[in-house]
Design a protein around this ligand. Sequence first.
Ligand code: G3H
Ligand code: 13P
Ligand code: ZN
Length: 341
Amino acid sequence: MPLIPMRVMLDHAAENGYGIAALNVNNMEQIQAIMMAAQETDSPVIVQASRGARSYSNDAYLRHLMLAAVELNANLPICMHQDHGNSPETCLSAIEQNFTSVMMDGSLTADGKTPSDFDYNVKVTREVVDAAHAVGVSVEGEIGALGGIEDGHGAGLSEEEAQEHLTDPDEAEAFVAQTGVDALAVAIGTSHGAYKFSRKPSGEVLKISLIEEIHRRLPNTHIVMHGSSSVPQELQDIINTHGGRIRQTYGVPIEEIQRGIANGVRKVNVDTDNRLAITGAIRKLFAESPEKFDPRDYLKPARIAMAEVCKARMIAFGQAGHAGEIPVKTCKEMVDFYIKK
Ligand code: G3H
Ligand code: 13P
Ligand code: ZN
């Protein structure tokens, strides 16, 4: 089956009340881990690549790895998504590389760090929506801005700045009306990376209630939760007992994500948990078998550890078992859908 536009998957998820994990990749083993998990759980798949991932792996490698994933998993619907596009140019280049969905993150300016204003966000997002929908590619926008700079990871603001940039439901309504995005990322107190919360988050810092409010006002908009790694204690422990140094930290509890899914969240972004799983498996192998030096000896357990995390998320978010139900629609077929809208 061809790569599927994200809109088709999120519509199905909304009709059937589940969420889909959007899992970041940078290399072959991560793509394989996701596909292993999806096969075992019969899940639709959203693979996403950040700008950093595209430059690390090189677009040509990434494109061919994804073609291999499609060829080897012909029974599964797979979407390829640009994570945090910083400019229309980034999104357009992703479309040229066969991505079937793009995120125009206009909540920050093109440097990927500085919060932008509403008018700028609408302008760049609208530009991407016009170009992407003309070829049937789905678009995610973001209103409000996430934190996540503490470990030098990803785009983001300090924890304090992020609390000042939570999504305003009035702006969310106006943004959707003015841009026509397929999916809307919202800022509800999560941040990118491992260091999200210094204790198990309460409703004061992790505002699922904001999702409830946005969903009440925009019942037909697919909501996206970024920074949704759960940072499991056991993964922190595996790393730390094998020579690593992760400061005690807390992520987004699975049950809070499930509350989000019950209130319109359809795409759940997870990267850090997979990074932790991979690192833990490699550290363990190095600590227990210091004589090993064949990369396959540590990349195989790393791949299995990531697949286990992906599997657990696919089951918890409810996408498991739905692969065969997703309508097989190409981007070309989606062009008509947008013209008629
Ligand atoms: O948005 C953050 C994702 O985890 C991707 O991170 O920009 O380091 O590839 P990255
Ligand atoms: P985490 O760092 O919580 O995995 O978030 C990933 C993300 O939001 C990618 O866009
Ligand atoms: Zn993100």
